[in-house]
Ligand binder design. Sequence first.
Ligand code: SF4
Length: 435
Amino acid sequence: MHHHPCSQMHIKTDVKSSCSTEVGAEVEEEPPSQQAYCPVALQPPAKQKTTRKLTIQSLPLDTPTPRRRFRQFYYPSISEKQWNDWQWQISNRIRTLNQLERFLHLAPQERMAAESLQSKLPLAITPYYLSLLVGHEADYALRRTVVPVIDEFTKMPGEDDDPLGEEGQSPVPGLVHRYPDRVLFLALDFCSTYCRYCTRSRMVGHGRLFFNRRRLENALDYIRRTPTIRDVLLSGGDPLTLGDARLDWLLTRLRQIKHVEIIRIGTKIPAVLPQRITPQLVRMLRRHHPLWMSLHFTHPDECTPEAYRACQRLADAGIPLGSQTVLLSQINDTVDTMRSLMHHLLQMRVRPYYLYQCDPISGSAHFRTPVEKGLEMIRGLRGFTSGYAIPTYVIDAPGGGGKIPLSPDYYQGRDGGCVILKNYENKQFQYPDVL
Ligand code: SF4
């Protein structure tokens, strides 16, 4: 694999030398030979061969982003245009142990896991997302979110495949109706990249929930027959992995139901496949307003220029953007990391919405933090940064109790007619309550 990028590089340099004065100067340094009259020579001059090492670091300097360098190194025959085509990204996802080993030196706990995944949440990583974690060790945050480890196979007490009890609240396949006025509509079970801590790992990625018109019509019928539903959350899987036409069809059908006031889409696409957010997609989406989006971001390193641009396009289309972040042990559980992520989100015009305590899905112990950690995150944000940067920390109550917000003890009790409060600096204050 190592010689591919190099040969690519030489061809590139040689082609340039026919039209660029910069490289022309390089050519002049060469001993005069017939090659001087034949800039697109098949054999590169010997001198160039020795001055360029065959490593990823020494690829041409006209590669401004690490992503481009990654592409030229691992996919030398793929153009930037192809790389930026989301369909190419989807069809070239990394899905097997062998493919993974082309890019990463796997740690034993990763290799064993990848070897024995069969019935579990499958492995899938877009080349784009993989490019963010290549060159990092097994303990790197982004790597841990998508590369399985053997701990996934250990089910601890209290863990469950369906901790939120979604199956029991499903009136028709692919629809979860927990609250009277809103439904969770699972469009399909496919994601471009699978998060190892996924709450729906019992169902995503198994190719059982398709974009099947008959199933979808059934779900649409249920919504049509249930006039209390004013809010439809389209999720999955990741609905933005659907093509424009299918998504447009589904949104149009939902929009035809008078009592559906708002539609929300839950997606991780801007973080794992920002190429999907094309001008055509947002042109289509904006026809279905009021449309809201909850974006799934985990770590500041996901906030690349590509992700920024994707969010900018969505925000420019008038889609209010919120974020959902799962608190994950040794991934984003320091105040510095969390604050940095929240600050990026604000700059991307995404309002931090929820910080989730990790659900006790089977095999999640290595991802879960004590609840105290979540409170520590909020304590470290409140008062120390913009209020807009502070998400609501919630535990989705196991068994289907819904989201329960948790907050540090700012309310300390009462003293006669006064409420005792503690501020972010731990100072006490009293508020004369209205009795
Ligand atoms: S994007 Fe969402 S649904 Fe898909 S694997 Fe990640 S958490 Fe699960």
